[in-house]
Design a protein around this ligand. Sequence first.
Ligand SMILES: [Zn+2]
Length: 316
Amino acid sequence: MPESGYESVVRDVLEGRLDARLTLECLLLVALGVRRLAIVAVPAELPDGEVLGAAVDYEFRSRLAGGASDLRTRFNDAIERRRLSPVAFKTHLLRSSFANNVLTSDSYRAHRAAARGLDLETLESEVRPTIREWYVCRREDEPAVKALLARRHELQKELRTKYRPEDPVTYYIYPEERDPEHVSALGAFLGYPGCCVAAYRRGRETGSGETQEMPEERAARQIREAEERAAEGAAGPGPPGRRGGPTPTAYWLKDFFPCRPDCPEAVARGEAALAALAGLDARLGLLYEDLLARNLARVRTGPESIREHENWLTRR
Ligand SMILES: [Zn+2]
């Protein structure tokens, strides 16, 4: 009897051939119907994303200097350099270096194959010549997700013309985050509770990155405050010393910021996710609990790690 897609994906994630976070949060939770859509940044969110990104940079720089490693590429690059404008030539090199290093990598192929095995659709969207996003959804949601992507591209074209040099770089890369309707629609697809999306939107709309409090900063502050309350011996459920502290299940996805560290809506989604994964295999439940703790830790140190990510994006 052929192995079902679920069986092979569960085995591969438990044996470390698939990345736990990407597979659980972005593939299995969509396949199990806990959320309708997941977005995966490629190569950044692949397990060897940093290595792949460095390989893309290295190939791009070598070829820009006229030093491609093989004769045929060197010859073709010399022709393209004469044919294209300097900017178009650079874009061509970036895209080609991305294809040579990322699209052919084992991790890229393994996670695409896992999505296919779970009967999921993976729509690819180019953010920059060396950054793509996978929009992962179930088949029946494909038309709606395509419409969402089309709207996003429209917004990008429109809003990038309004970009000012003093704006944070994320506004250039993800200008659609400034459109409240798009953010709400996207948040609902991703499975984010309405109250948390509203809190995120408020931060993005008014946040200039300096004077106002961005969602990442707000979320990190809320965790610190909750931990202080817990240390002071707040009343409520949970073990002594932890009462009133942040609830790990509220941090049920990476890059998700609950409106408060114990948001009941977010906690309910986290518990549903945990039950669905543990129902598939008890060991997945344990793996997911570990991810919850890591998500919480990441949001706690958020603003710094997010700034690092922005620097990484700027270098591309
Ligand atoms: Zn909330």
